[in-house]
Design a protein around this ligand. Structure first.
Ligand code: 5GP
Length: 115
């Protein structure tokens, strides 16, 4: 199941992406415009527009995604030095693709606050 966004097309393999992990609930692939040496997007296969749209029924998939992010960070060798996980929500949050996604970024020092 997937929504009508570019990420839905990636889930359905209608456009290519460098996929690093997939299971029944989620997909992880490299960002096309990486903002860090490692920049991976982790998304539910279910087409939830953003974190603002989740409900209690999404508890299992959200927990699964966070644990998956931790596992991918381990596999990518990011855990020792650290990394950042971000989800942008809505216009002022800087969201451009309205299919919930978590940015996993690492491989360089991060700054705070972000822009
Ligand atoms: P947002 O701004 O919504 O938080 O993040 C959307 C992200 O999706 C951006 O970092 C952007 O580079 C990435 N992106 C947009 N289109 C594509 C695409 O077709 N393929 C991949 N791999 N990433 C994309």
């Amino acid at each position: 199941m997937s929504g009508d966004t570019i990420f839905g097309k990636i889930i359905r393999r209608e456009i290519p992406a460098t996929i690093v992990y997939e299971d029944d609930l989620c997909l992880a692939f490299r960002d096309i415009v990486p903002q860090a040496p490692t920049h991976i997007l982790v998304i539910p296969k279910q087409p939830i527009p953003s974190l603002a749209d989740v409900t209690a029924e999404d508890k299992a998939v959200l927990g699964h995604i966070l644990i998956t992010i931790k596992q991918i960070a381990d596999q990518e060798g990011l855990t020792e030095k650290g990394y950042r996980v971000v989800t942008n929500i809505g216009e002022e949050g800087g969201q451009t693709v309205f299919h919930l996604h978590f940015h996993l970024m690492g491989g360089r020092g991060m700054h705070w606050p972000p822009g």
